[in-house]
Design a protein around this ligand. Structure first.
Ligand code: SAJ
Length: 425
């Protein structure tokens, strides 16, 4: 079996490697030459548990190679980004570009699968484009029978657990026709241990958006509670812990906002598709983004009352134990503070080798955990990395702490000393 995976990012590369491990001959396509070169040398350009060993193994054995030129294959998996434009409408430009490339090598018997998170109807657009560019082949859902299959199968993996979830998670497989879905299902059965459930392409597209919107709305509830609890002078973490003892209550955790390239983005795809009927989904997005601004204001107030005192911003990643800084609320907070207090801010991020470029114009410096404990009387926890969580009370008892993740619940309340900020969520 020959498989081409278009897009060697956080989803495409692990997917390509897992398929290659089954003995298929996999060609990974990426527009960035450095990604192609890195993969061909058996290395990885992204940090993900166990990915380096897997990629180096399948490249060495000749099952995976990368290129920027697509070749004929039996199965095409499109895993390119679908960002949103300034107006918060999804941009499917990369998907359609990938589909154009597929059209140039498409032949009868092939299966084309879209995995990128996409607005409802995108898979049909891909089919329409293939039909237009290769009119001699019979397209699914247009002619009575078809020469190739087109399906949508969203990825659902959690960064940090990608290689496990790629195999264990259930997959929703939406075909342009039931036959297309069955062809795609045969492919996923090669490496998926979870259930593979078939449906229509449109239902599968909406399912993916729904999963991430569900999580966003639930995190927004927790973030809204954290503001109310602050107003009431109550510890939000305790309230959530207690409420979750109810058998039908399961509240998520507040934080400095929602990051990553999925949950902070995908709900807008639903809002853009039907603005009139999505007030809840839109408001949840606004609540989560608003929480970041709230944290910036609270931290700035605390720092302003302590002029010249070194401040450690703990973490830049969008969530715990990963090196992914895309759409990260932690990075947004740290950057805003570094710009406002150029000489006071130190950044602690064990997953970064150097500070992202955005910090270049600020006076912020990257320091390690030990240096932060030794030199920074103020600590602002932005990410719940295990290494931060493991700092015992004795090493931070005299710190002024703003813990946006609730990892140091044993932190003693600050004395009512005028210059000390109040702990807030
Ligand atoms: N977060 C909170 N509180 C919580 C849980 C998460 O503030 O209780 C924050 C995180 O810190 C992070 C953001 O939300 O900033 C998103 O993190 P996440 O762990 O919820 O999700 P992602 O973005 O890493 O991955 C999600 C997953 N979707 C769902 O859980 C429904 C994953 O399964 C998807 O494959 C992925 O989006 C995707 O690619 O769409």
């Amino acid at each position: 079996l020959k498989v081409a995976v278009l897009g060697l990012g956080y989803i495409g590369l692990p997917t390509a490697a897992v398929i290659a491990r089954t003995g298929a001959s996999v060609l990974g396509i990426d527009v960035h030459q450095n990604v192609v070169d890195t993969v061909n040398s058996g290395k990885v350009h992204i940090e993900e548990v166990d990915l380096d060993g897997l990629v180096s193994g399948v490249v060495q054995r000749g099952y995976l190679r990368a290129s920027n030129v697509l070749e004929p294959a039996d199965v095409f998996v499109i895993a390119v980004p679908t960002p949103f434009a300034e107006d918060r409408r999804p941009d499917t430009g990369f998907v359609l570009e990938a589909a154009r490339a597929v059209a140039s090598v498409l032949k009868a018997g092939d299966t084309v699968i879209l995995e990128s998170t996409s607005p409802v109807g995108t898979t049909e657009h891909v089919r329409d484009l293939l039909a237009e560019l290769r009119p001699e082949l019979r397209a699914p859902g247009i002619s009575e029978s078809s020469d190739y299959a087109v399906a949508y199968c969203p990825e659902r993996v959690l960064p940090g657990r990608i290689l496990v979830e790629l195999i264990d998670n259930d997959r929703v497989i939406g075909g342009i026709t039931p036959r297309c879905a069955r062809k795609a299902l045969t492919f996923y059965r090669r490496f998926v241990r979870g259930a593979c459930i078939t449906t229509s392409a449109r239902a599968a597209e909406m399912t993916k958006l729904t999963e991430n919107a569900f999580r966003d709305v639930n995190i927004a509830f927790a973030n809204e509670l954290s503001l109310v609890a602050d107003t009431m002078g109550v510890d939000v973490w305790e309230v959530i812990r207690l409420a979750n003892r109810h058998p039908r209550v399961n509240i998520l955790q507040p934080g400095p906002g929602v990051g990553g390239h999925c949950i902070a983005v995908d709900p807008w795809f639903l809002v853009a598709a039907d603005p009139k009927n999505t007030p809840l989904i839109r408001t949840a997005r606004e609540v989560n983004d608003g929480k970041t601004d709230h944290v910036i204001a609270a931290a700035a107030a605390m720092i302003a009352t302590n002029p010249g005192v070194p401040v450690a911003c703990m973490g830049l990643a969008f969530k715990a134990n990963i090196d992914d800084f895309r759409e990260s609320p932690a990075l947004k907070v740290a950057l805003a503070l570094a710009r406002q207090f150029p000489d006071q801010i130190k950044i602690v991020e064990p997953y970064a080798r150097s500070l992202p470029n955005a910090f270049a114009a600020t006076g912020a410096r990257l320091i390690d955990v030990d240096a932060a404990i030794e030199t920074c009387p103020i600590m602002i926890v932005l990410v719940d990395h295990d290494v931060f969580r493991s700092i015992p009370l004795e090493e931070r008892a005299d710190k002024r702490v703003l813990d946006t993740r609730g990892i140091w619940l044993d932190q003693p309340p600050l004395r009512s000393d005028a210059r000390l900020g109040r702990r807030t969520s």
